[in-house]
Design a protein. Structure first.
Length: 66
């Protein structure tokens, strides 16, 4: 009986470890996705800023020509 209790206790503890590991892996995957989305957003913002700068330079050149 004592062995059965020990085996069940160890099995329960092992199950907790597996759950913790899978939770950590899921959390890491979510963080990775968030970082990728952040990079994508940052790239889009950089492109928009670049386009705005180009437009301002074109307008300044047009105004200088007048």
């Amino acid at each position: 009986m004592h062995r059965l209790i020990m085996i069940l206790t160890l099995a329960a503890l092992a199950g907790c470890g597996v759950e913790t590991a899978s939770t950590a892996a899921t959390g890491a995957a979510i963080k990775k996705q968030e970082m990728e989305e952040g990079r994508k957003t940052m790239s889009q913002v950089e492109q928009k800023v670049g386009q705005s700068v180009e437009q301002m330079q074109q307008r300044a050149a047009q105004d200088a020509d007048k």
